[in-house]
Design a protein around this ligand. Sequence first.
Ligand SMILES: Cc1cc2nc3c(=O)[nH]c(=O)nc-3n(C[C@H](O)[C@H](O)[C@H](O)COP(=O)(O)OP(=O)(O)OC[C@H]3O[C@@H](n4cnc5c(N)ncnc54)[C@H](O)[C@@H]3O)c2cc1C
Length: 295
Amino acid sequence: MYLPDFDYYAPETLKEACSLLARLNGGASVLAGGTDLLSHMKNELISPKALVSLRRIKGLDTIAYVAEKGLVIGARATHNDLAGSQVLRERYPALPETARVMANNQIRNRGTIGGNIVSAVPSADLPPILIALGASVVIEGPNGTRTVLLEQFFVGPRRSIIAADEVLAGIVIPDQATTGSAYCKFGLRRSGALAVVGVAASVVADGASVTQARIVLGAVAPTPLRARQAETLLAGNAVTESLLEEAGRSAANECRPISDIRGSEEYRRDMVRVFTKRALRKALNIPIQHTGEGT
Ligand SMILES: Cc1cc2nc3c(=O)[nH]c(=O)nc-3n(C[C@H](O)[C@H](O)[C@H](O)COP(=O)(O)OP(=O)(O)OC[C@H]3O[C@@H](n4cnc5c(N)ncnc54)[C@H](O)[C@@H]3O)c2cc1C
């Protein structure tokens, strides 16, 4: 399999990248790590006339805490950058933990957070945990910058609101009170497998009671999905085994999985039930019971 011919551009600023994309009028793709894009080109699924690489744009791989703004992550930060980030480990350890369960080391070295978001693949691992943490994306275009809640970014499988002349510049996770957060992934192998089901949870608790919870399901709908009924069930209630079970069942009812080679609709629903309980337990720092479900 060979790559088809294409023109290659490596602008030095985001502004330059956006003007190039606008001039190339939909005929170009943004190139980040290339783990998704180049394999699609080799398989002749897409054939952009030009690639606009982000590699020479300075500061796009920075991960930093900015007072009164929150955590700012550059779109070109790789999965291994996230996995090894001290500031992420201190503030939102669920994010580096998620990066560590993605793909293999080779892909984690090249694949970026921006590419993981913009490819808008329903099974992508980072969007659920980022949405659970209330993240927004910063999008740069020829007419300026816009900031959009990540929850509102996805439109369908491999479709998002980003325009052909826009670049995802970064991700912002706002300051927030969080008792804990977690992402639990179920794949067909222990490592290197795409999610059959992924569940992210972010919880604020006051003693034994949940004040607020966000539950986001991956790989079981055309886009990452908030399990809002399960969230409502939890809010204001004391954590008990039966409440967690009820939340799991509610999330299983709310998801919209398909049947494919990696799992049937029914199986995915049941795994949503199991992994929702598991993610909530982990976020609340309650030891996970190994009942044999979903192992
Ligand atoms: C073997 C293998 C295993 C994998 N395992 C996993 C896994 O476990 N979990 C998982 O979630 N994913 C997995 N992936 C998918 C992939 O690696 C990730 O989605 C990765 O994060 C894509 O990032 P990238 O930088 O390589 O994107 P690219 O391939 O460079 O780009 C992907 C798409 O996003 C666009 N794009 C990229 N960056 C930007 C930007 N900043 N602004 C605008 N558009 C942009 C590109 O134009 C393209 O359409 C796997 C892939 C492979 C090949």
